[in-house]
Design a protein around this ligand. Structure first.
Ligand code: GMT
Length: 380
């Protein structure tokens, strides 16, 4: 099948999932066209079956805001016609589902029929999309999609609660390519980051307020008062400077390493002992799954879809949002005893196997086939 994938090309989870999905689909013989404003960060492999088409929004002084969704829908129309694309899979409702619907309608005028699959990722529903500014457009775009998927049951329920949805929502969880998390690095340079007796704690995110970065630092502060430890902070975002100041004011600069954005999180995770994800809201928690796939237990909150990913007392522990003391004591209960830590590492890896890319991507393929069939039949 010829499929266009529209996503945010950044380090955010939705862009990562969309990119990994496209790459896996291409390995399974589909022709994939990524259509977005810059090359997705994890898209290293462009080949016969993987294309990237940049959406360019020309600067024009009359526009106070440059109309990205207009440019995206025009680009979709052009690429569908040029490459004979059969289906649009858009990740994130705003503005992608909206732009895809406009493209679909323009193409219909020319007798070209193409269905839209929309995947909801979380913040498009829980933080941004439900804002009164966007709600009518998001509701419309979801209801006008020909198939809708959400990355967790929790996100599905949030969507049904916040919007008037008439479409069925299929839960298709995020996935992981376990081959990329084999922990078989020969150049695993743990010694450059921490002493042998130090536990390595890791946090990876886009440093948005929803990630509760101060809680990461508070939990780590509690941990390092009890046992030797280092904290690896991976990512960039609006809360990073505040986090650096906090680390400095608590005298933790020697123990906290800010690594910035990285395309090599598997290398960072390969020497981590514990992953912290104390988010206020998390539709799935792809970063937690990536940690678990590298055999790293997770201390997370119990918000959103996290309990569907991190199993309390098995792959790690869950706590209420902002219950730093609970997170710290659970973290220490895992880290103190080497046998317990080893068991949690094995459990984390075992839990990640449920989200194997080879199990999940065929579900998307079935959705594509059904959606295309039903869409074309509806015009007969
Ligand atoms: O977490 C973020 O800030 C990025 C965001 C995104 O839109 O890329 O991630 C969302 O989608 C990911 C992939 O489906 C999920 O794993 C994240 O849990 C979700 N983030 C939130 O719900 C806050």
């Amino acid at each position: 099948m010829k499929i266009a994938i529209v996503c945010y090309p950044t380090f955010g989870g939705s862009g990562v999932v969309a990119t990994e999905l496209g790459l896996e689909l291409s390995k399974r013989g589909h022709e994939i066209h990524f259509i977005t404003y810059s090359q997705p960060v994890r898209l290293e492999l462009l080949g016969n079956n993987v294309h990237f088409h940049e959406v360019h929004v020309p600067e024009y002084p009359l526009f106070h805001y440059q109309p990205y969704e207009l440019a995206l829908s025009s680009k979709l129309v052009d690429m569908v016609k040029l490459y004979g694309i059969e289906l649009l899979h858009v990740h994130y409702a705003i503005p992608h589902a909206y732009a895809a619907y406009m493209a679909q309608q323009m193409l219909k005028q020319e007798g070209i029929l193409i269905p839209i699959v929309t995947t909801l990722h979380g913040t498009d529903i829980t933080l941004v999309g439900s804002h009164p500014f966007y709600k009518p457009a998001v509701t419309f775009s979801i209801n006008k999609s020909d198939a809708v998927t959400s990355v967790s049951e929790s996100l599905k329920q949030d969507t049904l609660r916040l919007f008037d949805i008439v479409r069925e929502i299929n839960v298709v969880p995020n996935f992981i390519d376990l081959d990329k998390h084999q922990n078989n690095f020969t150049d695993c340079q743990r010694t450059m980051l921490a002493d042998d007796d130090e536990r390595i704690i890791t946090h990876i995110s886009n440093f948005r307020a929803v990630k509760n970065i101060p809680d990461v630092i508070s939990v780590f502060n509690d941990i390092q008062q009890e046992i030797p430890a280092k904290l690896m902070m991976v990512g960039e975002g609006p809360e990073k400077e505040h986090a650096e100041n906090l680390v400095d004011s608590w005298g933790l600069t020697e123990k906290v390493i800010f690594l910035g954005n990285s395309n090599e999180i598997d290398r960072i995770l390969c020497f981590s002992d514990l992953f912290l994800l104390p988010s206020t809201s998390e539709s799935f928690g792809l970063a937690a799954l990536e940690a678990m796939a590298s055999g790293v237990p997770v201390i997370s909150t119990n918000s959103g879809g996290l309990p569907e990913v991190n199993i309390d007392g098995f792959s790690g522990f869950l706590s209420d949002v902002h219950d730093v003391k609970d997170m710290s004591s659970k973290a220490l209960s895992i880290l103190r005893n080497p046998e317990d830590l080893e068991q949690f590492k094995l459990n984390a890896k075992a839990q990640s196997l449920k989200f194997d890319i080879h199990q999940i991507v065929p579900i998307y393929e079935q959705i594509y086939q059904k959606t295309l069939r039903e869409y074309l039949v509806s015009f007969k």
